[in-house]
Design a binder for this molecule. Structure first.
Ligand SMILES: Cc1cc2nc3c(=O)[nH]c(=O)nc-3n(C[C@H](O)[C@H](O)[C@H](O)COP(=O)(O)OP(=O)(O)OC[C@H]3O[C@@H](n4cnc5c(N)ncnc54)[C@H](O)[C@@H]3O)c2cc1C
Length: 319
């Protein structure tokens, strides 16, 4: 693994990466700015990737070097350790932000790069009079992150609109999944470990543009009334347990407003932890542990984190 290699070995493969067109390599890059919570220490090696060709070469080198990597989308569902992330953090950009809209007979679909912003796609679909993605308005992730998380809201989720997924295996070989070969569950698409999603094909159906836009506006209003705004956060910290809501349970446990350092369980929504300014990942993790322990003690229900933990932690195992 990266952290155990001699410095000369590290330098050699990092230099190899710097020769590949379509890659930008940054050493000890602070990750807080790449997350919606604005928290996180540095990545040993942060690599921005612009093209599929560059991604294939990168993955092949990382695989040969046995270097661990994490993919970071828009960082809206991750908690990154204050101690940072060992190995490589891969961030898609460039060609992965393209979308190709197709309409043939009664079939409407969009093939979209993994780095494309979900909300941008929702609004473009609405303008074109394509319905099916309205539920995703306000999900501040990329298409890759949304697919991996099977992101959802207001009774729908990506599982219902995904038709095909293109990606690469951890060693850079192409791989493709169709809706039939994928298994989606609540907030998980169960892709094989190490898969990098490169493109997602979404099927939509025709409707009046004004009706689709009006549905999108309705959901914006609904979201604003129930979720905290003004402070950085990562959305829901825990999955909802079957038949209940994590936010309801945390509030019933008397924890709304509870603060550790500059991290606070939102007074408005118990399943959100907000960064009041300068919060540490460890503060957030301790608040999550407090919520988990109180809800289990008071209601006998074990909350499972929805956010993905990246990096080295003082007292928990890294993902
Ligand atoms: C204010 C707010 C509101 C939110 N509302 C919702 C909501 O209503 N519904 C909901 O489901 N979620 C919600 N979220 C959570 C989050 O936005 C979604 O889970 C989103 O889909 C994550 O996308 P991302 O690009 O930010 O992924 P990241 O947070 O960067 O990553 C999430 C996971 O996906 C993996 N990943 C990302 N891109 C790729 C890729 N190309 N290939 C392989 N793996 C990849 C990462 O490695 C990580 O494991 C909300 C978050 C916030 C901050």
């Amino acid at each position: 693994m990266f952290a155990m290699r001699r410095e000369s070995d590290e330098t050699a493969w990092v230099q190899d990466l710097q020769l590949i067109s379509g890659l930008t390599v940054k050493i000890s890059e602070p990750l807080a700015r790449y997350t919606s919570m604005k928290i996180g220490g540095p990545a040993d090696c942060f690599i921005e990737v612009e093209t599929e060709n560059a991604l294939a070469q990168l993955l092949s080198i990382l695989s040969r070097q046995d270097t661990a990597f994490d993919i970071l989308g828009n960082g809206s569902n991750v908690l990154i350790s204050d101690l940072g992330v060992q190995g490589a953090v891969v961030h898609l950009s460039g060609d992965f932000k393209l979308a190709d809209w197709r309409e043939e007979a009664n079939n409407l679909w969009v093939e979209v790069g993994a780095a494309y912003a979900v909300t941008q796609l929702v609004r473009q679909a609405a303008r074109r009079g394509y319905s099916g993605l309205e539920f995703a308005e306000g999900i501040p992730g990329t298409m890759g992150g949304a697919l991996v998380m099977n992101a959802g809201a207001y009774g729908s989720e990506f599982e219902k609109v995904v038709d095909r997924v293109d990606g690469m295996t951890r060693d850079g070989s192409p791989i493709q999944f169709t809706r039939k070969t994928m298994t989606f569950t609540y907030r998980d698409s169960h892709l094989p470990s190490g898969t990098v999603v490169t493109r997602v094909r979404i099927t939509l159906h025709r409707d009046e543009s004004s009706r689709v836009s009006s549905k999108v506006r309705e959901l914006v209003t609904k979201r604003k009334s129930s979720q905290p705004s003004g402070h950085p956060n990562s959305g829901s910290m825990f999955r909802n347990p079957p038949g209940d809501y994590a936010g309801r349970l945390i509030e019933a446990a008397g924890l709304n407003g509870k603060q550790i350092g500059q991290a606070q369980i939102s007074a408005k929504h118990g399943n959100f932890i907000v960064n009041l300014g300068g919060a540490k990942a460890e503060d957030v993790r301790q608040l999550m542990e407090r919520a988990r322990a109180e809800v289990e003690a008071q209601f006998g229900i074990e909350l499972v984190p929805e956010v993905r933990m990246f990096g080295k932690w003082p007292s928990v195992k890294a993902e």
